[in-house]
Design a protein around this ligand. Structure first.
Ligand code: ADP
Ligand code: MG
Length: 567
């Protein structure tokens, strides 16, 4: 062992380790899934790089993951012959956290076990989860393109520092030895490990093998003493899940696969698995998560699908296949129509990609439409991702109607802040003669609900949508109609209730307006430059006066956003 040094973990790693060990106690078996997941990623990466450099295989192209245990020593070892790591890789990958927004994320953690467990799940636990069950972790690794003496050994007790040393390593790839804690010895068990592999990693395409002792038998079926040989047994299914026929895949398998691609550890809300043949050939497996990732609103947060070309893994987070407003969708696309050498830059220019994006967008929207048949499930979806979907009408004109059908709003129909009313149900409830869909935008639900602009509507029993999300005004500026009915902001312009008003009422209003001309004049003089116009209105039934914006003016909410942006 040479060139040994001890380095400190990045502050964020220390914080994460501390919190993870304490809050994930009841989920601790996931450490194995994380180790296998990393090993499978490493195999994927090697296979990809070997496409144009066969020498990387060093004569061994049979990629695999091996799991061994030693109950006496209290260890579990996870080994792969994937890409491996250089010394720099190790320091970077196993000493820091590279995700953007990590510091913000850590600040949200409260020390409250259950809440933090959920948040850490959203963050993705990864390699450091080894320390939930181990009080010492040893990693031995060598990168596939480096000589045998460029091996690295990393050791840590997970307490703030790690030691790193150069070693000779005959084989490429990575071996992780978990020295189990006193209370985690149960994992050094053949049966337990096998079950966990099947539970979490069945669908991984790389075979996961475990040692097995085979004993020869004589003619009568008795074991022959001394004939034991150690062999390897593949424990998982080891075919890519999306390649298998739908009918043969169980819900549990779909769910386990979701956890693999999303790093989430709760179940998805729904999924959609499709094989497309014809001009374009691809298979897609899309999921709607049950909860938001920590970086949903980060500008450079992870989004997009895992891209495969003819079963070969190409890249994570290929964001060219879905629009931004569907960025919460996770999953896989595997196609024959792209070159194995495709890069992010090439993806951006490829017209085939645009076609797939259009098709996948439809699939995504259809999947949501199906989900919407289940009110409870859809409400979970809406509460989690509704504000993201609201970006849709502005981003995707072609699918505006489909998206509009998926939106949910709070409304005077329920007067509750829960956004659970669809535009279609609003239209169904429209009053006889009503031709428009009315809404109001305010800073908060309560401000919307108690706005004086609603008085006339409440009196007449006309429903008004109550909008108060930051994005709502932006949304409504791109959603001008639904089902042939125009959308009208009740706080803007002249209020024309159309046929809901009868002639008599109109006449009475006109008369009132005439009789109050003097008052109007005086008010206008008093307010001077502050207002454009003063009018007598039938908007109000209880309040004496209210402020109205001209029809084509920017709304209050938009103004505030523009001001905040320094415009
Ligand atoms: P993630 O898998 O989300 O990137 P992890 O915490 O699981 O995050 O792993 C951190 C990094 O450590 C990985 O991105 C990878 O670069 C490296 N790594 C972990 N395990 C292995 C392995 N078995 N082989 C090669 N690299 C690995
Ligand atoms: Mg990982």
């Amino acid at each position: 062992v040479t060139h040994e040094e001890t380095l400190g973990f990045q502050t964020e790693v220390k914080q994460l380790l501390n919190l993870m060990i304490h809050s994930l106690y009841s989920n601790r078996e996931i450490f194995l899934r994380e180790m296998i997941s990393n090993a499978a990623d490493a195999c994927d990466k090697l296979r990809y790089q070997a496409l144009d450099n066969d020498a990387l295989y060093e004569g061994d192209s049979e990629l695999r993951i091996e799991i061994e245990h030693d109950a006496k020593a209290g260890t579990v070892t996870v080994r792969d012959n994937g890409i491996g790591m250089s010394r720099e890789d190790v320091i970077q990958n196993l000493g820091t956290i590279a995700k953007s927004g990590t510091a913000d994320f850590l600040q949200q953690l409260s020390g409250e076990q259950q809440k933090d467990a959920r948040l850490i799940g959203q963050f993705g636990v990864g390699f450091y989860s080894g320390f939930i069950v181990a009080d010492e972790v040893t990693v031995r690794t060598r990168r596939a393109d480096l000589p045998k003496d460029a091996g690295v050994e990393w050791r840590s007790k997970g307490e703030g520092e790690f030691t790193i040393a150069d070693i000779d390593r005959e084989v490429r790839g990575t071996e992780i030895v978990l020295h189990l804690k006193e209370d985690a010895q149960e994992y050094a068990d053949d049966f337990r490990l096998k079950n966990l592999v099947r539970k979490y990693s069945d669908h991984i395409e790389v075979p996961v093998r475990m040692p097995k002792t085979e004993t020869a038998k004589d003619d009568e079926g008795n074991e022959i003493e001394g004939s034991e040989v150690e062999t390897w047994e593949t424990v998982n299914e080891a075919t890519a899940l999306w390649v298998r026929p739908k009918a043969e895949i169980s819900d549990d398998e779909y769910k386990a696969f979701y956890k693999h691609v999303s790093h989430d550890f709760s179940d998805p809300l729904t999924w959609s698995h499709n094989r497309v043949e014809g001009k374009l050939e691809y298979t897609s497996l899309l999921y709607v998560p049950g909860r938001a990732p920590f970086d949903l609103y980060e500008r450079d947060g992870a989004r997009g699908l895992k891209l495969y070309v003819q079963r070969v893994f190409i890249m994570d987070d290929a964001e060219q296949f879905l629009p931004l407003y569907l960025r919460f969708i996770k999953g896989v696309i595997d196609t024959k129509d792209l070159s194995l050498n495709v890069s992010r830059e090439l993806l951006q220019q490829d017209p085939q990609v645009d076609k797939m994006k259009a098709a996948l967008t439809k699939r995504g929207l259809d999947m949501l439409k199906k989900l919407a048949k289940d009110d409870e499930q859809y409400q979970t979806f809406w509460n989690t991702f509704g504000t993201v979907l609201k970006e849709g009408p502005a981003e995707d004109h072609a699918n505006r109607d489909k998206i509009a059908g998926l939106l949910r709003f709070a409304s005077t129909h329920t007067d509750s802040s829960t956004q659970d009313q669809s535009l279609a149900s609003y239209v169904e409830r429209m009053k006889e003669g009503q031709q428009k869909i009315y809404y109001i935008v305010a800073d908060s639900f309560n401000a919307a609900k108690h706005s004086p602009h609603l008085e006339i509507f409440r009196k007449k029993g006309i429903e008004v949508l109550l909008l108060s999300d930051r994005i709502d005004e932006w949304l409504m500026s791109h959603l001008t109609e639904f089902d042939g009915k125009s959308m009208v902001d009740v706080a803007k312009g002249d209020l024309d209730l159309g046929e809901i008003e009868d002639e008599e009422e109109k006449k009475a209003q006109e008369e009132t307006a005439k009789s109050k001309e003097d008052l109007v004049k005086r008010v206008k003089e008093a307010l001077g430059e502050e207002v454009q116009e003063v009018k007598v209105t039938h908007r109000l039934t209880d309040s004496p006066a209210c402020v109205v914006l001209p029809e084509h003016e920017m709304g209050f909410q938009m103004r505030r956003i523009m001001e905040a942006a320094g415009q």
